[in-house]
Design a protein around this ligand. Sequence first.
Ligand SMILES: N=CN[C@@H](CCC(=O)O)C(=O)O
Ligand SMILES: [Zn+2]
Length: 407
Amino acid sequence: MSAGTPRWDGLITGISLATLDGAGYGEIPDAALGWQNGRIVYVGPRADLPAPEDTLADQVIEASGWITPGLVDCHTHVVFAGDRAREFEMRLQGESYEAIARAGGGILSTVRAVRAASEDELLAQSLPRAKALVADGVTTLEIKSGYGLDLANERKMLRVARRIGEVLGIEVRTTYLAAHALPPEFSDDADGYIDAVLEWLPMLHGEGLIDAVDAFCEGIGFTPAQTRRVFEAAHTHGLPVKLHADQLSDLGGAGLVAEFDGLSADHVEYTSAESVQAMAGHGTVAVLLPGAFHVLRETKLPPLDAFREHGVPMAVATDCNPGTAPLLSLRQAMQLACTHFRLTPEEALRGATVHAARALGLDDRGVLKVGARADFVLWDIGHPAELGYWLGGRLCLGVFAGGRLIA
Ligand SMILES: N=CN[C@@H](CCC(=O)O)C(=O)O
Ligand SMILES: [Zn+2]
C-alpha cells in the first residue's frame, strides 16, 4: 500500500469465500476479505493482497471456515406478542387455518395480544426472535406490521421494528401490512377498512416508518380489487409493493403485484403460468416460504420449474410469525426449501442472499464484491452446500454487518 493510502478497517484471511458473484457459489479458496467504512474493498485470493497483511488494516483476523454474504430475511412478522401454540394443537387435531381465522382466531388473536402490549413490552417480546435470526447469519431483516390493524397499533409495530434495527446494529426494512386481516371494528365493511388503511398510509410514511407496502390477497384476506386500491395508493406515495399472493388459492395475486412492478410475490404455491410470465416480465421476485408450507402441512408446490424456465429469481425467507411459521433460523428455512421444494443448496443460498436483497429492492448486498456493504458471515463448515443441509445446530462463528461484528 503506498504512503498516504488509508488503512482498511478490517481484513480477514485464512478463509474460503462463497462470493455468489458470477456462476456457482463463486468460490475462492485461501482467500481474503477487506473492508473500510462499512464497504468491501477487497475480495480475492490471499496471495493477491496488495501489501503485507499487517500493514493493510487496523484489525487483521486470521480465521478458518467459509464466508458468505450476510443473510437477508426478506419476509418476516417477527414483531408480535404472545404465541399461537394452542392454535397449533387445534390444527393438529384437524381444524383448518382458514376455519380458525373465520372464527376470529388466527391473525386476529395475535392482533388482540399486540393491542394489549405497550411498545416496550412488544419490543421485549420481539427482540429475542430477531436476535435468534441474527445469531444464525441474518444482517438485513424485513419486518411487517399487520397485527395492529388500527393507526396507533400499526405505528407501534413499525416503531418497534425500527428499534430492533437500532438495538441489533442491522438494517431493518419495514413493510406496511395493515391490509392483513379485517379488524373486528370493521366487520362486514372490508372496503371501509381499506379506506382507513389508505388514510393511515401517508401519516406513517411521513413518520419515516414505511419502506414498502404489502397486503394479504386471499379468501380469508382481501380481494384483488381491494389489493389494487392499496397498490395504487402505495404508488401515489412513491412506495414499492409486495404481496402475500396465491398461498391458499389462485386469485391472480402474483400477476397483480407484477402489474405494479412489485418487488415480490410471496408464498406463490397456487401461482398460475400466466402470473409467472407476468412476474418474469416485471422483474418480480418469487419469495418462497417453506416454513409456512411445512407447518401448515401443505401439499401444493409453487411452480418452481416455471420460475426457473422464465428466469424469475427465487428468494427464501422465514416468514417468522406466530401462526404459520414459528421459525427462528433462515438457514433452517433454506433447508426446508431444499427438502420440500427441491431447491439446490446453491439456489437456497442465493435465495437467502442476493435474490432476497432484490425482493427488498436492495442491490448493494447479498454478494461479496468490492463496493458492496461489508455484511458477511463466517461459518464453521467444509462446503457451502452444508448451509442447506444441516437441521439446527450452531454453524455460525461470526456475523458482520457494515464491517462490525454483531454476533
Ligand atoms: N398469510 C398471511 N400472513 C402470515 C401468517 C400470519 C398469521 O397467521 O399470523 C404468513 O405470511 O404466513
Ligand atoms: Zn407473511
